[in-house]
Design a protein around this ligand. Structure first.
Ligand code: 5CA
Length: 445
């Protein structure tokens, strides 16, 4: 993309309504525009990151053997009357009447609808295990929408639902989700710690929330400092291997890590004092096992191998896709702007032309732009007729992890400059080497 042809409505001043850094930078970098309280348009730069996050979620779900589908945002109230949640859900649910006077709602989650799909099409243990998921907009009429996309009213969620014959199988699905979520977040450059939590309106006793530690987080958390040393890393996972998934789950959840809802002072105080930590965190996902809560209420049964009929065991598993943009920025920024991890950056690198209109400089930039595209990468070429300072400020604000700076003086010596947004370090090299280096960086991502 050439910046002169892009739509990047950068703001010069700090928007007054933004209280936290991620909201401020998302507005300033022209990523989102508020349309109503907690409801946003995704401008091109924000939309690009959103898509990259979705892509990582899809890839990791596929790896775990989960199957994508798409359910609608609007749901008939009758499904929710069957589960009893139509009345329970309260004011967070946006209720709508269609022209026939039928009660509808904008889905805050999809347990009822997926159970309806399941009972219509699946009747035998032979079709299990099954995990279906989608990435779809949700609406929750939050009392206090705030912090931009962090607590929206309309927000994008990945929600997945497992169907299993036995509790044991369903707990494997739970562990499988836990492991696949760890990998998903690590690919986004985040450490998200599974913490014991409360299940709220979804139900069930087994639930973990995934929290990214950040001062601006809305959750209060308590944990053993040693949990932050555990990383999934590049280890091979066989998602069909029950023992392996359970071992990873145990490894990540045995140390104390809880949200304030389940915090137990007596247990916490037994940890050596220097390891006892309390902090704030951003909840970027949650997994649940709730057994037969919905299958009982809605008659989702399967025939067992011995000819009996039992309600299917279920769980649900959510990732806050749109919230993740905020969480990533909270975890990765400096006073000049965002610093995108390579896994989610909207453009792989920026090219800054220090002397637009100079024939040699323009030609060198064009050549690199084309070479990067040919290598399958997506560079952003700042080809505006602007002074260098303004170009650098834009690149720093929008946070591309790598910048190639091209000017007549360097070119005279046969070099351009490659700069890391994270460290600020610059290295001079030939244009060909700079392209090769960028290609190499992204080869492993
Ligand atoms: N049905 C279950 C799992 S699919 C469910 O709805 N879980 S949830 O309520 O925990 O939501 C899943 C994730 O969506 C949360 O962990 C959070 O990251 C995100 N989320 C929830 N509410 C909001 C909101 N108002 N704005 C942005 N993201 C949200």
């Amino acid at each position: 993309m050439r910046l002169t042809r892009y739509f990047l409505p950068v703001l010069k001043d700090n928007p007054a309504e933004a209280q936290i850094v991620s909201h401020r930078y998302m507005l300033r970098a022209g990523m989102i525009k508020q349309q109503a309280a907690g409801i946003y348009s995704w401008l091109p730069l924000g939309f690009k990151v959103l898509r990259r996050i979705e892509q990582i979620v899809h890839e990791e779900q596929a790896r775990a053997g989960h199957i994508p589908l798409l359910m609608p945002t609007l749901q008939p109230a009758d499904l929710w009357r069957e589960s009893g949640r139509y009345d329970d859900y309260g004011q967070e649910m946006l209720r709508i009447k269609d022209r026939q006077g039928r009660d509808m709602l904008y889905g805050p989650t999809n347990e009822e609808m997926i159970t309806d799909i399941f009972r219509a099409h699946v009747g035998s243990y032979k079709d299990l295990p099954l995990t279906l998921y989608h990435i779809q907009w949700k609406f929750r009429d939050e009392m206090r929408p705030r912090f931009g996309v962090m607590r929206g009213r309309e927000f994008l969620m990945k929600d997945g639902y497992n169907f299993d014959l036995t509790k044991e199988d369903a707990l494997h699905a739970y562990n499988r989700h836990l492991v696949s979520y760890l990998r998903t977040y690590e690919r986004m450059g985040l450490q998200a710690i599974p913490m014991r939590a409360d299940s709220g309106p979804i139900g069930g006793d087994d639930t973990h929330e995934f929290l990214v530690l950040a001062e601006t987080g809305e959750s209060e958390v308590f944990y053993d400092a040693q949990v932050t040393d555990i990383k999934l890393g590049a280890r091979e996972i066989d998602y069909d291997d029950k023992a392996q998934c359970e071992a990873v789950m145990q490894e990540f959840t045995s140390l104390y890590a809880r949200t304030d809802e389940t915090h137990d002072v007596a247990v916490f105080d037994a940890i050596p004092e220097e390891r006892r930590k309390s902090a704030r965190g951003i909840e970027v996902g949650q997994i649940f096992y709730f057994g037969t809560k919905y299958s009982d209420a809605m008659g989702a049964n399967v025939v067992t191998p011995d000819g009996g009929k039992v309600p299917v065991h279920m769980g649900s598993h959510g990732i806050g896709v749109s919230r993740l943009l905020g969480a990533i920025i909270e975890a990765s920024h400096d006073d000049k702007g965002i610093i995108w991890p390579e896994g989610v950056t909207p453009f792989h690198c920026g090219i800054v032309n220090l002397k637009q209109g100079d024939a040699d400089t323009d030609a060198a930039c064009e050549a690199m732009y084309k070479a990067l595209q040919k290598a399958g990468l997506d560079p952003l070429y700042d080809d505006r007729d602007e002074r260098a300072g303004a170009k650098f400020a834009t690149m720093d604000l929008i946070g591309l992890p790598w910048r190639i700076t091209v000017g007549p003086r360097g070119l005279k010596n046969g070099v351009v400059e490659l700069t890391s947004r994270r460290t600020g370090e610059s290295v001079e090299m030939t244009a060909e080497d700079a392209v090769a280096r960028i290609v190499e960086i992204y080869a492993g991502i």
